[in-house]
Ligand binder design. Sequence first.
Ligand code: SF4
Length: 262
Amino acid sequence: MAAEGLILEIQRGTLHDGPGMRTTVFLKGCSLRCAWCHNPASIKREPEQRKRMQNNQLIEETAGYSMDSDSLISLVKRDLKWFSSTGGGLTLSGGEPLLQSQFVCEVLEKARSSGIHCCIETSGAVSRESLEQCLPYVDLWLYDWKHSNETELRQWTRANLDTIRNNLNFILDRGGQVVLRLPLIPGVNDTEEHWTTIGDIGKHPNILAVEILPYHAWGRLLWEEVGRPLPPDFRVPEKDQINQWILILENLLPQGKLKNRI
Ligand code: SF4
C-alpha cells in the first residue's frame, strides 16, 4: 500500500525552488520555530483551521490534507513536459519534509523512476536515518543555513547547530549536491562569525551555489491566519544593506557561487 503524507499545499510552475520550472510540494510539520518563519501553517504536524482573505472575503479552511504517494506522483507527472523543456522537476519543501521520511522516500523513488529531477529543501534539523533513507533519490539539496552561532541559533529557531552541521557534512561526504540557502535578517544573523562560516562551507566543491534570502515582512501576517501571536517585527533590509552583504559574501566565496534571490 502506498504511504500517505500530510500536505499543506502544492504549487505548480515554481521558479525559485531549484533549477527550471518545478512543482513544489509543501509538507506539513516542522520541529523548529524560526522567529521569522514565512510559512507558519506548515509547522503543526496535523491539519488545522486557518482564516484568510481571498478576493476581499474572509474564508475559513482546513490547512493540511492527506495524500498517498501514487496520487501525488500522478499529479506531478502532469507537468513532465514543463520539466523536460526547462530542466525542472519536483521539489519537496515544508515545514520539514524529512519528518515524513517514509512518504518522502517513496515519492522520490517513484519520481526518479519516471525521470523526474528531485530536490529537497531541508533545515537539516532531522534524524540521520531520514537523510540516509532519502539520499539515493535526491538530485539536489536546498539546505538552509540560518545561523552559525550555537546559542543564537537555538534562541531564534530552537535548532541544534551540531546536528545541522553534521548532517550537512554527511550529505557532502556522500557526494550529495547542495545549494546553501541563507535567510538573512538584519541584527540577527548578519554577523562576522556567520559570514566567515559561510565562506568556509561554500568552498566545498559539492556546494554548487549559495543563495541569499533577505528577510521580508509579508510573512508576519500569515501567523494571524493560523491564530498565533505575531512574531517579532524584524527590520526589512534596505537595498544598500543587501548589496553590502553581497559584497562581503562575494569576497569570501569562490567566484560565481553567490546567488541573490529577492
Ligand atoms: S524550518 Fe522553515 S518551516 Fe520550520 S519554522 Fe523554520 S522557517 Fe518555518
